[in-house]
Structures are given as C-alpha cells and as structure tokens.
Design a protein around this ligand. Structure first.
Ligand code: COI
Length: 358
C-alpha cells in the first residue's frame, strides 16, 4: 500500500523523449518526472513525505546549506531483471549510512523507514524510467538532505529538506583508470568527515581530480592526512588490490567511506578463492608489490562506478607505474561480472541483498 502522497506531473516526458534518454543516458543528464520531498522542523519532526513533479526548489538566499554546506547524500541503483521486475540492491545499507552522515553533520536523522519507503515508491512510480538490462544501465537514485532554514549564524539548522531524484545511468567510468597519488591533497583525517557522505568532501576533491587529469589520470588515490603514507580511497570509490597469495586487500575503515559495493565485494571474495583482508596498507607496500609482481591486480569500487579496473598509477616520486601488464585484471573482471549478475538477477542472490520494488 502506498504511504506517500503522489502528485502526478501534468506534463510528463513523452515516450519518445524518454526512449531517447534511455538509449544513451550518460550519468546525471536526465531526470525522471517525479521526485520525493519531506520536511523536518524542530519540534514537529519529519513530516509530509510526498512524491511530486520534479521541479526547481525555492530556497531563501540565507538557507544554511548555501553558506555552511550542511548537506548529505546517498547513491543507489534500481535494476530491471529479465522478467521486467525491478529491484534495489541493499537499500537498507544506504538508509543506515544516511543516518550516520546526518549525525556527523549535526543534522536531524531521517527515519530509515521513510528513506526506504520513499525510494521504493518513487522507483515504482517511475518504472518506465528503469532502463532495459541489455548493457550496464540502471536507474540511479540520489537521496539527499539539506539545511533549508534561513539563518546566517553558525549552528545546526532547525529545518531540513529531504529529497530524492532518479536519473537513468550508464557506466560512470566506461574505461579502466589510472590513479594519481596526490602529494598535495588529502580526503579525510581522523575526526574529520571522511566517513560521512557529504557534499563538502566531494567539493574538496575537485582540485585533486584536476591535478590527476593534468597528470594523465582519471582519478585520485588519496593517502592519509597525517603521514601521506597509508592508502585511503579514491575520490568517488573505495580502493582494493589482489595479491599473488590470493588476498583481496583493502584499507581498513576509520576515516574512509564505508562503501556498500566495498562491503559486498568483501562478502563475495571467498567464492572467488580470495581472502578478504581489511587493514592499513602503506604506499610502499603497494609500490614494492607492483615492482615484485606481488600485487597482481587493482580496482576501485562504488555504486556509480561498480568495479573499475585500475591499470596504473602516477606520482611525483615514482612517475608512471603499471599494474600487471597494464590491462584490466582477470579476477577483477570476474568479480565485476559476478556483482552485476547478482544485481541484474542473473546469479543467485545468496546474501539476500535484493529488494523487489512494487
Ligand atoms: C556513488 O557511487 O553513488 C557516489 O555517490 C559517487 C559519486 C557519483 C559521487
């Protein structure tokens, strides 16, 4: 039974326009006809979760988010299966992380059931926007929360707006990437906001991303803020590497984002003959491993990026370094395919990760 009020658009996208968008969606270029909204006011709590036509917001210019960046978001996907049923992948993990991010940014946390119901119902209302499962296309869902109280003093806001957008998406990184190991920037530090999914972390990553581009790399690999010694994560993804000893190594949690894809891959590792290990990994260990051939493969993972093979690194100290033979690793590709097969209903969902919409 529907829980959210649904106000249908009187001017929805035509079938032809939608088909054109779904044929080549890119990422974040087209938006579905409806979005979710809900409001929080101190004293009244969260109210009026609803689905409305997608349109501009009206915000007071003093809204706190515009000045102090009290904003958090999530990213998850809806997949169409062969029988036309539509499924979400581990949305409860996103709901939990959204609460964690809110608490870190001193925002009112959204009850997890509102998060889950709102996404289920939005996707159900927008089923026609979920692409066919012929390629790697899906409907990317972007829940977010902003402080919309007009107030210029620096304190937590007393009003928040929760919203969910949906956008058909193709591959975020269609090609393997090289990573720039930046000596100049860090993404997180102990006590910072690295574990929260907040817009500020991504704004702060753009200068490093530009630096990466200048050095022929598609993404950044950050090291820790204190010593520039320990591997952390990439700008939009977690980092993993495979060793000759059949280990799947990834930096331990602490300052980095706890990725849903990261966690899923760690759970799948054993089925691929890999021992999942989360521990501090130094940059020297990576470099020695590349030199000796001990590190055989590397990849980055995230909801938007799925699993993106890493074929090389670049850094001021060592210049260009190649992973293996400079091609996407075979085990990386197999893991990637397995994860996609679960998400698209082609492989058994042994962990109970899929949630049916509608
Ligand atoms: C995601 O993978 O969902 C992300 O949020 C990364 C990015 C596109 C910002």
């Amino acid at each position: 039974m529907a829980i959210l009020d649904l106000q249908r658009s009187t001017n929805p996208t035509s079938d032809e326009q939608r088909a054109a968008a779904l044929a080549d969606p890119g990422f974040g270029r087209y938006y579905t006809d409806h979005m979710v909204l809900a409001n929080y006011t101190e004293g009244s709590g969260w109210e009026n979760p609803r689905i409305v036509p997608t349109t501009n917001f009206s915000l007071h210019p003093a809204a706190s988010v515009l000045h102090y960046g009290q904003e958090i978001f999530e990213g998850l996907k809806a997949y169409r299966h062969d029988d036309d049923s539509i499924w979400l992948f581990r949305p409860e993990r996103n709901a939990m992380r959204f609460v964690g991010s809110a608490l870190r940014l001193q925002m009112a946390p959204l009850p997890e059931e509102i998060f889950l119901d709102s996404i289920m119902e939005l996707v159900d209302a927008e089923r026609a926007w979920v692409p066919e499962n012929t390629g790697e296309q899906s409907l990317y869902i972007r829940p977010f929360q902003i402080a919309d109280e007009p107030y210029l003093g620096v304190r937590e806001a007393h009003k928040y707006l929760y919203a969910v957008l949906a956008t058909p998406a193709g591959a975020y990184y269609p090609d393997p990437v090289k990573l720039w190991i930046t000596p100049n920037y860090t993404r997180a530090a102990k006590g910072g906001t690295g574990t929260a999914k907040c817009g500020g972390n991504y704004a702060a990553s753009l200068a490093a991303a530009a630096e990466a581009q200048d050095h022929g790399c598609g993404q950044v690999l950050y090291t820790d803020g204190a010593e520039h010694k320990w591997l952390e994560e990439c700008g939009t993804m977690n980092f993993m590497m495979i060793t000759r000893d059949d280990e799947l190594l990834t930096p331990a949690l602490g300052t980095i984002l706890e990725g849903v894809t990261r966690d899923s891959i760690l759970h799948l590792a054993a089925e691929h003959g890999l021992t999942p290990i989360q521990r501090p990994i130094s940059i020297d260990e990576l470099r020695d491993g590349l030199d000796s051939g001990y590190v055989t493969e590397a990849f980055a993972c995230g909801t938007a990026a799925v699993i993106t093979p890493i074929v090389g690194f670049n850094s001021p100290e060592r210049g260009e370094e190649t992973v293996g033979d400079g091609q996407p690793g075979a085990r990386t590709q197999t893991l990637r395919q397995h994860l996609l097969d679960i998400q698209y209903g082609r492989a058994a969902d042994r962990h109970g990760w899929l949630r049916r919409v509608g």
